[in-house]
Ligand binder design. Structure first.
Ligand code: PLP
Length: 401
C-alpha cells in the first residue's frame, strides 16, 4: 500500500474521466472559436455546444434543449435558480422555503435574499436528515414563490422526498395560485445525485435542478441549471446575450462537452456501478461498527446515495482522524469540503440533533469509481488502531473511563 492513495472523498470532487478528457481536448486545441462568433470556427463551436445541450436535455429527460442553461458550477446554478426566481417573481411574493441542511450555496444565497427583503423558512429534518413533506405544506403561505430542497444531502447522503414535495406544490398551485400568482416554483440541488442516480426531471416534478460536472467525473468549473419552460427567472450575471439572455459569459465549450460526456458515461452503467459501491459501503460500515466501539452511522439506512458513509467516532475530533488517515494515504473529510477548516460542528448533523460529541467526531467517507474491496480492507485494517490511539490522548475518553 506504500505510496498508494485511497481516495474516499468523491462527494468533494472526482477525478476527470479519461474519456471526458478526450472529448474536451479538440475544443481546447482546435475548435477554440467563440460560440457567439459568426465565422466558421465560432459556428463549429456553436454546433458542438448545441449538440451537447441536446444530449444533456435528453439525459435528464427535459422536454427541450432550451431548458438547459450552462453555468460555471453547482454554486452558480443554485444562485441562478434561487436569486433568479426570487427577483423575477418579487411582485407576486417574497417568501422562500428551504431546509436547514442545504449546501451553503443555497443557505448563503437565502441569507443574502433575507438581507434584501425576502423571508425564508428553513425547514427542520428528522434524525436521519430527511425533510417531512408535511412541513413543506405547512410552511407555504400566500407569499411563497419558491421551494428549494436538495435531492440528496452532501454530508450524510440522505435522499429527500422530492416527488412527494413536488406533488404538494402541484396541488397547491392547482388550487390557490394559478390565476392570481402564477404558482410556486420548485428547485432541487441535485449536485450530489447526478451521475449516481438517473436524473429524470419529469418524474421528479421539479421546475429547476442544479448539477455540477466535477461531482460525476467531469471537469471542475462547469455546471448546468435545468429550467422548465415557462419558469420565470431573471439573470444574475449581466453582460452578453449568451444562454438565451439568462447567463452572460462566453460558454466553456470544452468544459461543457466534458460534462455531458461524463454524465452520459455515468448514466449508462449507473445501476451496476452503484450496486458495486453499495456493497463496498455496507462492508465498510458493518465492520467499523463491529470492530470499533462508540461509533454510529449518520443518515438514512437505505434512502441514501450509495457512495456516502458518514460515521461518528465518539471521543475523537473528526478532523484529527482525517489528518491521521491522510498520513496513511486515505483521503476522506469531516463534512462538506467547504466547511472543512472550521471547528464548528456541521450544520447538517446539528439539524439532525446529533449529540455534540458525536457531531464533532464525524467523518465522511465517500466512495466512487476507483475504489476496490482492497481499499476498504486497508481502511478496516488501519482504522481501529488509529481510533484507539487518538482516544488514548483524548481528555474526553479519559473522563468517560
Ligand atoms: N450543492 C451541493 C449539494 C454540493 O455538494 C456542492 C459541492 O460540494 C455544491 C452545491 C457546489 O458545487 P460546486 O463545487 O460546483 O460549486
Amino acid at each position: 500500500m506504500q505510496g498508494k492513495i485511497i481516495y474516499l472523498d468523491h462527494s468533494a470532487t472526482t477525478p476527470l474521466d479519461p474519456e471526458a478528457l478526450e472529448t474536451m481536448n479538440p475544443f481546447l486545441r482546435d475548435v477554440y472559436g467563440n460560440a457567439s462568433s459568426i465565422h466558421s470556427l465560432g459556428q463549429e463551436a456553436k454546433k458542438y455546444l448545441e449538440n451537447a445541450r441536446e444530449t444533456f436535455a435528453k439525459l435528464i429527460n427535459a422536454e427541450s434543449p432550451e431548458e438547459i442553461i450552462f453555468t460555471s458550477s453547482g454554486t452558480e446554478s443554485d444562485n441562478l435558480a434561487i436569486k433568479g426566481t426570487a427577483f423575477a417573481n418579487k411582485e407576486k411574493g417574497n417568501h422562500i422555503i428551504t431546509s436547514s441542511i442545504e449546501h451553503h450555496a443555497v443557505l448563503n444565497t437565502c441569507e443574502y435574499l433575507e438581507e434584501n427583503g425576502f423571508e425564508v423558512t428553513y425547514l427542520p429534518v428528522d434524525e436521519y436528515g430527511a425533510v417531512n413533506p408535511k412541513d413543506v405544506k405547512k410552511a407555504i403561505n400566500a407569499k411563497t414563490v419558491l421551494v428549494s430542497i436538495m435531492h440528496a444531502n452532501n454530508e450524510v447522503g440522505t435522499l429527500q422526498p422530492i416527488k412527494e414535495i413536488a406533488e404538494i406544490i402541484r396541488k397547491e398551485n392547482d388550487t390557490r395560485f394559478t390565476k392570481e400568482f402564477g404558482g410556486i416554483y420548485f428547485h432541487t440541488d441535485a449536485v450530489q445525485t447526478a451521475g449516481k442516480i438517473k436524473i429524470d426531471v419529469q418524474s421528479l416534478g421539479v421546475d429547476l435542478l442544479s448539477v455540477s460536472a466535477h461531482k460525476f467525473y467531469g471537469p471542475k468549473g462547469v455546471g448546468a441549471l435545468y429550467r422548465r419552460n415557462g419558469t420565470r427567472i431573471v439573470p444574475i450575471l449581466h453582460g452578453g446575450h449568451h444562454e438565451r439572455n439568462l447567463r452572460a459569459g462566453t460558454e466553456n465549450v470544452a468544459g461543457i462537452a466534458g460534462m455531458v460526456k461524463a454524465l452520459e458515461l455515468s448514466q449508462t452503467k449507473i445501476d451496476k456501478e452503484q450496486e458495486r459501491i453499495l456493497l463496498l459501503r455496507d462492508k465498510l460500515e458493518k465492520e467499523i461498527i463491529e470492530k470499533i466501539p462508540y461509533t454510529k452511522v449518520n443518515g438514512h439506512s437505505y434512502r441514501r446515495v450509495a457512495g456516502i458513509s458518514n460515521i461518528s467516532f465518539e471521543f475523537i475530533e473528526g478532523e484529527s482522524l482525517v489528518v491521521s488517515l491522510d498520513l496513511k494515504g486515505i483521503e476522506c473529510s469531516t463534512g462538506s469540503a467547504c466547511a472543512s477548516g472550521s471547528t464548528e460542528a456541521s450544520h447538517v448533523l446539528k439539524a439532525m440533533c446529533l449529540e455534540p460529541a458525536l457531531a464533532q467526531g464525524a467523518v465522511r467517507f465517500s466512495l466512487g469509481k476507483g475504489n476496490t474491496e482492497e481499499d476498504i480492507d486497508y481502511v478496516l485494517k488501519v482504522l481501529p488502531e488509529m481510533v484507539v490511539k487518538l482516544r488514548e490522548i483524548s481528555p474526553l475518553w479519559k473522563q468517560r473511563k
